[in-house]
Design a protein around this ligand. Structure first.
Ligand code: PLP
Length: 398
């Protein structure tokens, strides 16, 4: 029998995909150079040379079975060790491969983490605006997605609002810094305040239940490496009950290769049980193992720096021009999205008007708030340059 819930997810229109399809149709009609598609989060920077070198070495040196065979479900030891060693070098931690579970990208990392720490009827807090897939992953776990609006001007976490949203059913909170869609990075002080609120709730809950049942902080970090001169704090050092979800989709420009990891620092019996549940979730969701070839790439390239220079240039080009034309936006400290205030209250109407100038940002409604648009600047710099007169003309119509 057809599963109506899955059917509904399958046919639900994705605004971002619709804009992307429209952009391609429009490019075929009027020429690719006349359409300014800012809809997608596909990295425009090529994967580093070290990735190709790693693949070529694997192709030259490995047997077909090594190259294409199943790996252990938690991942190749060399990949898990490389991830732990890289984190230890950067954050002064003492992780081992036992703390790392290789996954099929951040989507799988977050899905597994959610499945591992929630039961049907639980609640998971997200900070609005938020990555739309969170709602799907939370709901299929049988939990409720509780939206807590960010501060309306800065889009930082409204920690007091989080405090008010916590109930006895709160199992987890997902945060995402550098943030998609706003580009903000949560500073240490905000994260410390959040940790204090979660710890206070944990103490009250433990006293009531007679045993600990901490709220898990799921830190979704595919953009960790893409930051512009600001600190992206290491959250497990701030809040113990943190599960980090990572992928190489953005940092090494490998979104189609599907590789990432979940980190659960094995600091307590509770954490060991969470890690076992992550493994159980990956099994239950049918992930089997992360792609073998790209686990080897991770083993070789865990320390290869991301090339953020092109994104930094795009960010400056776009922000300087939009400022001149009278737009306002949230200062983008990370990721490759600019969160721009729509020039009218209705972001969808604004995007409709933008279409007349062949400008294709994403209305904020898709991310759970109104009145803003997301401009993905992970595009060729000349797309931004060519789009500037259109942004100016659009502003002049208001
Ligand atoms: N989380 C956030 C915030 C994202 O923006 C994305 C992708 O754009 C993902 C998770 C999924 O990443 P992946 O492609 O590694 O599954």
């Amino acid at each position: 029998m057809l599963n109506e819930t899955m059917y509904a997810y399958g046919v639900e229109p994705s605004v971002i995909r619709e804009i992307f399809t429209y952009a391609n149709e429009r490019k075929a009609q009027i020429g690719a150079d006349k359409v300014f598609d800012f809809s997608l989060g596909n990295p425009s920077v090529p994967a580093p040379d070290a990735v190709r070198a790693s693949i070529e070495r694997s192709l030259a040196e490995l047997t077909p079975a090594e190259l294409h065979g199943y790996t252990p479900a938690p991942g190749l030891p060399a990949a898990r060790e490389a991830v732990a060693a890289s984190l230890n070098r950067r954050f002064g931690t003492t992780y081992t491969s036992a703390d790392v579970f290789m996954t099929v990208g951040a989507a799988a990392s977050v899905s597994c983490a959610l499945r591992a720490v929630t039961s049907p009827g639980d609640e998971v807090i997200v900070i609005a605006p938020f990555f739309p897939e969170y709602r799907v992953w939370i709901e299929v776990a049988g939990a409720a997605c509780i939206e807590v609006p960010a501060h309306p001007e800065t889009f930082q976490i409204d920690v007091e609002a989080v405090r008010r949203a916590i109930t006895p059913r709160t199992a987890a909170i997902i945060i995402d810094s550098p943030n998609n869609p706003t580009g903000v990075v949560y500073p240490r002080a905000v994260l410390e305040k959040l940790a204090a609120v979660l710890e206070e709730a944990n103490r009250a809950r433990a006293a009531e239940l007679g045993h600990p049942q901490p709220i898990v902080l799921i830190s979704d970090e595919p953009y960790r490496e893409i930051a512009y001169g600001v600190e992206v704090p290491w959250i497990p050092a701030i809040y113990e009950h943190t599960v980090v979800c990572y992928s190489y989709s953005k940092s090494l420009s490998l979104p189609g290769e599907r590789v990432g990891w979940v980190l659960v620092p094995q600091v307590s019996e509770g954490a060991r049980r969470v890690m076992a549940a992550v493994a159980g979730a990956a099994r239950a969701l049918g992930y089997v193992c992360a792609p073998a070839l790209f686990q080897r790439v991770v083993a070789d390239c865990a320390d290869v720096p991301s090339d953020v220079a092109a994104y930094a240039r795009n960010r400056n080009l776009l922000t300087q021009a939009l400022t001149r034309f009278g737009y306002t936006y949230v200062e983008p400290d990370g990721a490759f999205y600019l969160w721009v205030r729509a020039l009218e209250d209705d972001a969808e109407a604004f995007c409709e008007r933008a279409r007349a100038f062949e400008l294709l940002p994403v209305p904020s409604n898709s991310f759970g708030v109104t009145g803003w648009v997301r401009v993905g600047y992970c595009v060729d710099a000349n797309v931004i340059e060519r789009s500037l007169p259109a942004w100016e003309q659009l502003a002049q119509t208001y």
